[in-house]
Design a protein around this ligand. Structure first.
Ligand code: NDP
Length: 247
């Protein structure tokens, strides 16, 4: 434990240091794909392999660790599993992108991130967290609600984007719901999800995951937003990138 928390703090600082770098470098996948990033793999299977460590590691460590399985542990494992069953097993195979590839480098980095994040959170909840929290308390109710709202926003936005390719079309301007306010409601929803998870879990590892999610997704949304503005001259000027009315 004496080395675990400093390691989690160091891991969180890496996210904060990476943030300004990610604001400058467009991650080369999807609409930003370009050559020069090494070998490429099919994007459907890329998504599957990237997310698989997250789906497996956190629930297994939490449930197999010696710490008593309280209701909070079951709830957090349930929320996490709900998210990652979709992200690993459903989302990749709903994408209507034929022949699209992503760099192996991105897949490798995401595997590393998801494995580390799974181990950190799984170690905390399965082996180390103090046992004596009331359930449900205000944090659990607030965080759980935020997670579910975020997940709803994320799923709806992903579904709307995927539907844009129903007839094999290329990129279009998405409309409806939160798309009228921001370019990337899917990323906004995901940031809400893991912020809610961090509030419910009230632990440094979960906070570190929420910080990583923001530092990773806000720059992606920033790039997507700039791309929409460049690509569609009549793109609605009032839309923000990722946080309604703010950014
Ligand atoms: P995107 O919005 O870039 O793409 C999602 C899918 O929709 C892709 O198939 C994309 O095609 C298609 N698409 C997007 N915009 C349009 C458009 N305007 N017209 C037609 N098709 C479009 O999402 P990401 O790939 O960045 O992320 C996917 C999901 O994964 C999101 O829910 C995100 O929150 C989550 N995620 C979470 C991360 C985390 O750190 N927790 C990290 C990364 C993603 P194409 O691929 O051809 O662009």
């Amino acid at each position: 434990m004496s080395t675990f928390l400093p390691l989690v703090i160091a891991w969180t600082i890496i996210a904060l240091v990476t943030f300004p770098f990610l604001l400058r470098v467009r991650v080369p996948y999807g609409r930003h794909a370009r050559v020069g990033w090494g070998p490429q793999v099919d994007n459907h299977w890329g998504w599957f392999w990237m997310e698989l460590p997250a789906l497996l590691i956190f629930p297994m460590m939490t449930l197999l660790g010696p710490r008593p399985k309280d209701l909070l542990s079951w709830m957090l494992v349930g929320l996490w599993t709900l998210h990652y069953v979709n992200r690993t097993l459903i989302f990749p195979f709903r994408l209507r992108t034929r022949g699209k590839k992503m760099p192996l480098l991105i897949v490798g980095s995401a595997v590393l991130f998801n494995a580390t994040n799974g181990v950190i959170n799984g170690w905390w909840l399965g082996f180390a967290a103090p046992p004596d929290r009331a359930f449900p308390d205000a944090l659990v109710i607030l965080g759980g609600a935020l997670f579910l709202i975020g997940m709803g926003i994320n799923l709806r936005a992903d579904a709307r984007l995927i539907a844009l390719r129903r007839h094999g079309e290329g990129y279009q301007v998405p409309h409806g719901g939160l798309f009228e306010r921001i370019s990337c409601p899917n990323h906004f929803g995901e940031i809400l999800e893991w912020s809610g998870f961090a509030i419910a879990a009230w632990s440094l590892p979960a906070l570190s995951f929420a910080v990583w999610t923001f530092c990773n997704l806000a720059p992606r949304a920033h790039d997507h937003h700039a791309w929409y503005r460049r690509t569609f001259p009549d793109y609605p000027r009032s839309r923000k990138a990722v946080v309604p009315f703010i950014w």
